[in-house]
Ligand binder design. Structure first.
Ligand SMILES: Nc1ncnc2c1ncn2[C@@H]1O[C@H](COP(=O)(O)OP(=O)(O)O)[C@@H](O)[C@H]1O
Ligand SMILES: [Mg+2]
Length: 299
């Protein structure tokens, strides 16, 4: 008999791109005798409340953490990726701390103070002291953001203040700019402890390599060292499968920017011909009954 499982997606994904990704998950899991029922985050609590034993596990293609908390803690459902790992990856400040904790090389980063609904610009003197070690240009990131949309390159104090006046109420971090990597990075796709495929993303028109900003993907072969770094980064944040963004600095030293627990698989499949979603389905199918070993690495 087929296994029944849940696919949680965000209500904002009711569009062509979102639906294509949802279908890709459903099709891939079918190949492992799993029927995924796709539901938006708005319907999960109601549905599982009425059918508490309907699903053996959940695939969580969302970041709405209270739902995975409910699934994991109240319904004791295995959830992939886990609540902890999605939380860590969603917040770039927590990602940075996980990287530090596991000695994953990453650009120099300063997390600005959280200021509730008050613009951090009101505390500019303090901010200036905090970022004194960085030189312009530097990168500013909203701690919660994706597709490169909340990542800014700042060339001067004037620009920095102008940016803060716009986004200074949000949680932010400031980061060393790796100029040699302008518009270029690796997106390494890891499932379990294995690199399935990697692409180089290049955008000649912007410092951000994201496909949403105009970047294009080309398949690359990575050195064993780079592969190991990507797997270690995924383990540091405790994810089961993820896309890892890595840049090379002026000495060709790799620095990990972030780990994406909710990456789309279809664009990678198109660029590489590798059926990444199939690997994710296979991994989850084989691991949902077993305690996960992810996240434990020797320091
Ligand atoms: N410190 C940095 N130095 C140089 N380029 C960067 C740096 N941080 C981010 N970028 C560029 O911006 C892109 C988006 O940043 P990232 O941290 O991955 O945020 P997002 O979650 O929006 O993808 C990266 O893929 C990279 O091309
Ligand atoms: Mg990214």
């Amino acid at each position: 008999m087929a296994i029944q499982a849940l696919l949680v997606y965000n209500i904002t994904q009711h569009n062509d791109k979102g639906q294509a990704q949802i279908s890709a998950f459903v099709e891939a899991f079918k190949k492992f005798n799993v029927n995924l029922m796709a539901l938006p985050n708005s319907q999960i609590v109601d549905y599982t409340d009425q059918h508490p034993n309907a699903f053996s596990f959940a695939v969580f293609w969302d970041k709405d953490i209270h739902i995975s908390t409910y699934l994991e803690e109240e319904l004791h459902m295995p959830v992939f990726n886990s609540k902890e790992s999605i939380m860590t990856c969603d917040d770039k400040a927590l990602t940075y701390l996980a990287f530090r904790n596991y000695s994953i090389p990453t650009p120099k980063t300063i997390i600005l103070p959280y200021t509730f609904d008050i613009n951090v610009l009101n505390y500019y003197d303090e901010v200036k002291t905090m970022i004194a070690k960085l030189t312009y240009p530097f990168i500013v990131k909203e701690r919660f953001g994706s597709y490169g949309e909340q990542v800014y390159l700042v060339h001067s104090e004037e620009e920095f203040k102008a940016l803060l006046s716009k986004v200074g109420k949000k949680p932010l971090l400031v980061q060393e700019y790796i100029a040699e990597a302008t518009g270029r990075d690796y997106r390494v796709n890891v499932v379990g402890h294995e690199v399935i495929t990697a692409v180089e993303r290049y955008n000649p028109n912007d410092f951000r390599s994201n496909v949403n900003q105009g970047g294009t993907m080309t398949e690359v072969k990575l050195s064993p060292k780079l592969k190991k770094l990507a797997v270690d980064a995924v383990r540091a944040v405790g994810a089961d499968f993820a896309g890892v963004d890595i840049v090379l600095d002026k000495d060709k030293k790799p620095l990990v920017l972030e780990v994406n627990t909710n990456a789309r698989t279809l664009s990678v499949e198109k660029a590489t011909g590798i059926y990444l979603t199939w690997y994710i389905a296979r991994y989850v199918r084989h691991h949902f009954l077993r305690p996960r070993k992810i996240g434990l690495i020797a320091r």
